[in-house]
Write a protein that binds this ligand. Structure first.
Ligand code: MN
Length: 206
């Protein structure tokens, strides 16, 4: 597993995102981060072999099993990223507010390595907002010609909802970490920038 791509895209003197470090323990954490970058999306992450396998889901998850949500497979992230909520500075990669929308653990159904390799991953989520059986499958005929297009969808079980019920992304708008909505997290931006400027001005001139 490599975090090279994660490292390459970021300037860690400017962003407070966690450093590129592969975790040594074997965990099964699961998180979704709601990310107001240039386009709002939900980052869906599953821990496997010391990193977070990651997919950017523009519309977020749906509890309706008949709805398949496009999930763009993106670079692995450090396990510690799963605790990150805050601001990525403007002008940096992914600049904007990040909210911890859901967290918990996942349990593969079948062999997760074989499933990931064959791009057909079946699993249970044990989150605060999402539960039950889910599936991530690579799109068989990608629209863009790229192979990073997957689908995320809910399997039919007691945690599923029908098409006539409200979307979970509409019902559940607050952070599982801080209880804040995305606007409140974004409004903390000014404070972050002010404190950055202060710490810069305190440095002795050389
Ligand atoms: Mn993102």
């Amino acid at each position: 597993m490599s975090l090279r791509e994660y490292q390459r895209k970021r300037n860690f003197r400017r962003t407070s995102e966690p450093p590129a470090k592969v975790a040594t323990g074997k965990g099964w954490s699961y998180v979704i981060q709601k990310h107001a970058a240039s386009h709002l999306h939900y980052d869906f992450r599953l821990e496997l072999d010391g990193v977070l396998k990651s997919w950017a889901v523009p519309k977020g998850p749906s509890l309706d099993p008949s709805v398949k949500r496009l999930a763009m497979h993106v670079e692995d992230h450090p396990v510690k990223y799963g605790g990150f909520e805050g601001i990525i500075p403007e002008g940096e990669y992914g600049g904007g507010a990040v909210m911890l929308w859901d967290e918990g653990s996942w349990k593969p159904i079948g062999d997760p390595h074989a499933g990931y390799k064959s791009a057909k991953l079946k699993f249970e989520l044990h989150g605060k907002k999402l539960r039950g059986a889910w599936m991530l499958v690579r799109r068989s005929r990608p629209s863009s010609g790229k192979d990073n297009e997957w689908f995320l969808f809910k399997e039919r079980d007691e945690e599923a909802r029908g098409a006539d019920q409200a979307e979970v992304t509409t019902d559940e708008r607050l952070s599982v970490k801080s209880g804040r909505d995305l606007e409140e997290i974004a409004s903390a931006r000014d404070r972050v920038w002010r404190s950055n400027r202060e710490s810069v001005s305190k440095k002795p001139r050389t």
